[in-house]
Design a protein around this ligand. Structure first.
Ligand SMILES: Cc1ncc(COP(=O)(O)O)c(C=O)c1O
Length: 412
């Protein structure tokens, strides 16, 4: 008789609850792109943890900045009437690097919280314009926007929306890259559309850069129909696409933009929404209007200190530009794999890429991890989204790892 291991109290996110704790990999240390688990095994991190660790692991500079900040006051709320120097500094640094240098920043902790804030703000703006029927949010197939109720309803990944009972009905899905379908939905429902939410490059849904003209058309349709454009920059932000934000990479400016992950490289949880000056004007025009929104940890001092230190490192080490170098190296490697018939194709930008294997990639990802190469499988895509400090040799290790596995798994 096999004795089943009793379940550990720790319930893992996006995991099978019945899976035994001993079957998980316990990462205990890291430096740069290298990680070690509690069994002494070495890994290369091709996913920047969960798409977030821009500056690499083991950055004591950020840890020290957080510790020094917390030693001063712990953290204190910035709900009215309080404010904080470090939260102000982080908001300034983030806004200045975005297309909305004169905009404003509302902080949260998770990407999902930022998405909820952006969804609520877009509806709020329409309500305050005297347009109470403008409540529909347009989402895209393959979109990932987190797992709060708002984030779940915004997702274009159907399995993630199922099993929770009714979600907000005011969401309409448009096919991922179909400009005409988007125009048709606006034609039919334009007077009820509050906002469109879109990642500049869809990430978790398989790494899909926008097709030519897609984001520009989205912007134009929003303007024509008085809808707000929300870019969810939770993955794209902070250098990932080769500019500070995806909005800059593609030259399309949204009204609201969410960020998280790379804002602190994950050393502390921090997210937020950057709003344009025009949206801010609408919130500011009535000086008796109270914005009834915010999270206990909005502007948490430790998180804001991590963001400031992280942004300083990204700037000092030229990591935004380095994302473009990573893109060139990955392209070189993937092009060779394609030329040898080892992958079907590839797609991506900056430092976020997917190799199209032409077959389900989940097993590949497990096998790559077993070889110490952490990547992510989604549908037929094997995804690479490494720390922006990954070396050319480390990129080559991933490319060779894919080639090796292909030869072993499915000789062609
Ligand atoms: C584009 C995007 N939005 C939102 C989220 C949700 O972020 P969080 O898991 O921090 O709530 C994610 C997470 O991967 C994401 O990729």
């Amino acid at each position: 008789m096999t004795i089943k291991e009793p379940h550990h109290p720790l319930l893992h996110p996006f995991a099978i609850p019945a899976k035994a704790e001993s079957d998980f990999i316990n990462i205990v240390s890291g430096a740069g792109t290298t990680l070690h688990d509690d069994q002494g095994r070495r890994y290369l991190d091709g996913m920047a943890s969960l798409w977030y660790c821009q500056v690499g692991h083991g950055r004591t500079e950020i840890v020290d900045a957080v510790a020094n900040q917390l030693k001063q006051t712990g953290s204190y709320s910035i709900f009215d009437p309080f404010t904080s120097t470090i939260a102000r500094r982080a908001a300034e640094m983030i806004a200045e690097r975005s297309p909305h240098a004169d905009g404003r920043v509302m902080f949260g902790c998770s990407g999902s919280e930022a998405v909820d804030t952006a969804l609520k703000f877009s509806r709020l703006i329409q309500q305050r314009r005297g347009l109470p029927d403008k409540q529909i949010i347009i989402r895209r197939t393959d979109a990932y926007h987190g797992t709060t109720f708002g984030g779940t309803a915004s997702q274009g990944l159907a399995p993630n929306r199922e099993g929770w009972g009714d979600l907000d009905p005011n969401f309409i899905e448009i096919p991922q890259s179909d400009i005409e379908a988007m125009a048709t939905v606006f034609g039919a429902h334009g007077d009820r559309i509050a906002a469109v939410i879109s990642e500049p490059v869809q990430g978790a849904g398989g790494v899909w850069p926008p097709v030519e003209g897609y984001l520009e058309n989205m912007r134009r349709l929003c303007d024509q129909h008085g809808a707000l454009l929300i870019f969810d920059e939770v993955i794209c932000g902070f250098g990932r696409t080769g500019s500070w934000f995806g909005a800059q990479t593609y030259g399309v400016t949204p009204d609201l933009m969410t960020f998280a992950k790379g804002a602190t490289s994950g050393y502390q949880p921090l997210s937020g929404v950057i709003i344009s000056r025009a949206v801010a004007d609408e919130l500011e025009e009535d000086d008796s209007f109270l914005l009834r929104h915010g999270y206990t940890y909005s502007g948490h001092a430790g998180s804001c200190a991590a963001a400031v230190a992280n942004i300083e490192i990204i700037e000092r080490e030229g990591l935004v530009e380095r994302a473009n170098h990573i893109g060139r190296e990955v392209t070189k490697g993937f092009e060779a794999l394609k030329g040898d018939g080892l992958i079907e194709g590839y797609r991506g930008v900056g430092a976020v890429w997917a190799a199209d294997l032409g077959e389900p990639a989940a097993e590949w990802s497990r096998k790559m991890t077993a070889r110490g190469l952490i990547s992510r499988g989604f549908d037929d895509a094997l995804i690479l989204c490494p720390p922006l400090v990954i070396s050319d040799d480390e990129i080559a290790e991933f490319v060779e790892g894919i080639a090796d596995l292909r030869r072993q798994m499915a000789p062609r």
